[in-house]
Design a protein around this ligand. Structure first.
Ligand code: PMT
Length: 400
């Protein structure tokens, strides 16, 4: 979020056990630079005290229709006129029903009715309450009314039962809300992204790999989702959780990555090759663990297929974006690589800046020259890369 104008969110907390998660959500949003005003229903106050939200948001918490700080006494109108969105998290079954009917019997329901900004809700309730036709009818009606429904997740519930109805986890909710505010530069476009390292087996337990963590590729996937794209992520082995909105295919070797890309490429508008693909694989890897002895062990290596070159050689290739990881002479080597691979856009970085780190420094190369992007968190750079990609893609297609 740090790269876009500060947003203002009204966080409505209704009565449910998941109210405790709204405290963590507040902390994450504030940390990301969002101004959060919390409004609680009376039922919510049975689960978490307003003081918790006040401390985390640094703003007074509003609970009552009659004692708002607005000079004209109309907090329900005043508040939403300055907000970029209202998020209800958790949203109880009762509150969803109130929204459907336009009830206005407390501050939160009244401000939802009086709002002039988007409304997002994250339902949280017992699985039977969620599955009940009344709730499903209410959710369908809210969608028709233009309300954005986030979740719920499925899993173990506070009541001891298991099923759908858990509130989406705070970190994911914070991402979803921030995504909602980003310009939809790639709305409806299909984007295929490779990320992470590949692992080339030597024997049953050993292999050749590299230091890519997948962070840059996953950030690019997230930024493409934020931009409204339908994203498929082909990922080598990483410890990261893929964005829930992406279709993710996990692979190990370069050959498997190539096969996954070939399987998904039809209908792809944009291909972004962030993966650090191993340049060589081991010929005849042993199925069993190789026993240690005193002799020198020689491995025979053969070149792996070049995945991005394969995509570029298709009869109708998508718009292709490559990456270049160099340890020296960044400008010279990156531009040579872009020309050799015939890529319209290439993002270059120094391995010592990029591998495994949270921040990076990228230089984008295209037909207009080099565009250095200053050091920043990978998600910030990924958003800048997606903005440039969208601009060049639409220019090439003559679509915007
Ligand atoms: O994962 P992180 O820890 O966040 O680190 C990010 C990163 C450094 C891995 C990333 O920013 C990056 O630079 N990725 C490309 C790494 C790389 O393999 O660069 P290359 O110069 O060897 O390859 C050039 C391009 O060809 C790349 O787009 C690569 O994905 C592609 N390639 C390379 C070899 C191959 N066999 N097939 C390919 O498609």
């Amino acid at each position: 979020m740090n790269d876009i104008v500060k947003k203002r969110l009204i966080l409505g907390v209704t009565g449910g056990v998941a109210a405790y998660k709204a405290a963590e959500l507040t902390r994450l949003l504030v940390k990301n630079g969002v101004e959060v005003r919390v409004v609680m229903t009376e039922a919510a106050r049975h689960f978490v005290a307003p003081a918790t939200f006040q401390a985390l948001s640094g703003q007074p918490v509003l609970t009552d229709l009659w004692d708002g700080p607005a000079a004209n006494g109309m907090a329900h109108i005043e508040l939403t006129r300055h907000a970029d969105a209202v998020l209800i998290a958790p949203a109880s079954a009762d509150f969803l029903a109130k929204l459907v009917h336009g009830a206005a019997d407390d501050l939160l329901s009244t401000l939802c009715l009086a709002r002039a900004c988007p409304l997002l809700v994250a339902p949280a309730m017992n699985r039977e309450m969620w599955d009940n036709p009344a709730t499903q009818r209410n959710v369908a009606q809210l969608k028709r009314d233009g309300v954005v429904i986030i979740g719920p997740d499925s899993g173990a519930q506070a009541c001891g039962e298991t099923g759908p109805g858990r509130m989406v986890e705070p970190a994911t909710l914070a991402e979803d809300v921030e995504s909602y505010w980003h310009p939809k530069l790639l709305a409806g476009k299909r984007v295929l992204i490779t990320a992470g390292p590949t692992f080339e087996a030597i024997d049953a337990v050993r292999g050749i790999t590299n230091l890519s963590s997948g962070k840059m590729g996953y950030a690019v996937a997230r930024a493409a989702i934020e931009a409204g794209a339908e994203v498929t992520l082909v990922s080598g082995p990483t410890c990261l959780t893929p964005p829930t909105a992406a279709k993710t295919l996990s692979v190990t070797s370069a050959q498997q990555m190539l096969e996954a890309v070939n399987k998904e490429i039809a209908g792809t508008d944009i291909f972004i090759s962030v993966a650090a693909v191993a340049d060589y694989y081991v010929l005849n890897p042993s199925e069993q663990k190789i026993k240690k002895d005193a002799h020198i062990l020689t491995l025979e290596l053969a070149p792996n297929p070049d995945i991005v070159a394969n995509v570029m050689n298709l009869p109708n290739p998508p718009f292709c974006v490559g990456f270049a990881a160099e340890s020296e002479n960044l400008y010279e080597f990156a531009e040579m690589k872009r020309k050799r691979k015939r890529l319209p856009l290439l993002a270059a970085n120094l391995v010592q800046d990029a591998l495994g780190s949270e921040d990076n420094e990228l230089t984008l190369f295209d037909d207009d020259g080099a565009h250095p992007l200053p050091r920043a968190p990978k998600i910030v750079l990924a958003r800048q890369l997606i903005a440039r990609t969208a601009k060049l893609y639409h220019k090439e297609k003559g679509s915007k």
